[in-house]
Write a protein that binds this ligand. Sequence first.
Ligand code: ADP
Ligand code: MG
Length: 422
Amino acid sequence: MNYNKKTVKDIDVAGKKVLLRCDFNVPQDKATGAITDDKRIRAALPTIQYLLDQNAAVIACSHLGKPVATFDSYVKKQAEKGKDPASITEEEWKKSLAKLSLAPVAKRLSELLGREVIMAADVVGPDAQAKAAALKPGQIMLLENTRFEKGETKNDPALAKAMADMAEVYVSDAFGAVHRAHASTAGVAAYLPAVSGFLIQKELEIIGGALANPKRPLVAILGGSKVSSKIGVINNLLEIADTIIIGGGMTYTFLKAQGGSVGKSLLEEDWLDYCNDMMKKAKEKGVKLLLPEDTICAKEFSADAEPILVDSMNIPDDCMGMDIGPKAIAAYADAVKDAGTVIWNGPMGVFEFPAFAKGTQAVAEALSNSNAITIIGGGDSAAAVQQLGYADKMTHISTGGGASLEFMEGKELPGVACLLDA
Ligand code: ADP
Ligand code: MG
């Protein structure tokens, strides 16, 4: 995939209507609907501010959560959950939609920008159309949740065209949604000149750069829960990395494949052969593949379980691996010391429990001390680095969990592929 794409700076937006796809999929309090973290809204500000400064008329849009776009499918979904279909009312469905309105986002965005954000009552309906037509340069409006339209997730060309018809230029800054081929993330680019905003630009520059032309040696640190959810990432990084470091829950399938005893650790029997193949392939390619020499395990999966240090190949039958041990920490820190680039996806242990966060913390510390370009991808990895206080010490923390994973898998991202090549 070509990661070199035109940006807002490569196109004239002055006085033009710009459809801006943002990622305003913010977490909300279940009971009150209040936005509990406005990080994603803040992340969109540089592009929005730039467009407004350029005197564009900004028509922002985003999805929020997973609304069910038609009453029929709502009834079906509720029935699957065991509800009596006859008891389900249209009112109840409409209430479920109202909970996922972007109106609270418009309010917060307005506070952050210090100017009015005009909220549309629909996506491409009469209210959105009228407000978009009347929108003046330097003004900003927000369309309603794009997933209120059933054509959104199906990438319906009619919906994409209706959105495009309101604007003259399309800017995508929703990195968190670029792995989805939806009407507002990809389809719309068929009808308008399409460029990236600053968020996507940075992701492409740093992650794309590291994948396409890394500063070597390239060290990939892979952890997290399962081998099976990281197959694509392992496959792709094995092709480009000089060293691969394994940690987290996926470790034990590798260890077992090597003839180790893993006790009650997370184990995926179906992937044992795959792990052996990967170790063989790494050897053939001259890629160093490191497994932890020692392991911190516990008798039960709990925050106050007693941490027990063991040799990784001999985890006792009544124990499960929870974190990498001190020898592994030293070896892994040494492996990243002289790296040119480090790509990290997946925590080294159950970092949510402080007693088992030491491996993840030590790796974060090692990265913060290295001169390498350091890139963190994956939702939980980003959360771990933030929670442990290393966020500002990294070169780049990807803003998209699923999107960054697919990026690292080397997959084509529809929301990027649809943008104009630079
Ligand atoms: P990311 O979101 O960064 O891609 P994953 O979703 O793959 O990461 O994995 C994160 C989860 O893996 C965390 O919740 C962490 O507790 C869990 N994990 C890490 N090590 C272990 C382990 N040894 N046993 C069980 N779970 C683990
Ligand atoms: Mg995750």
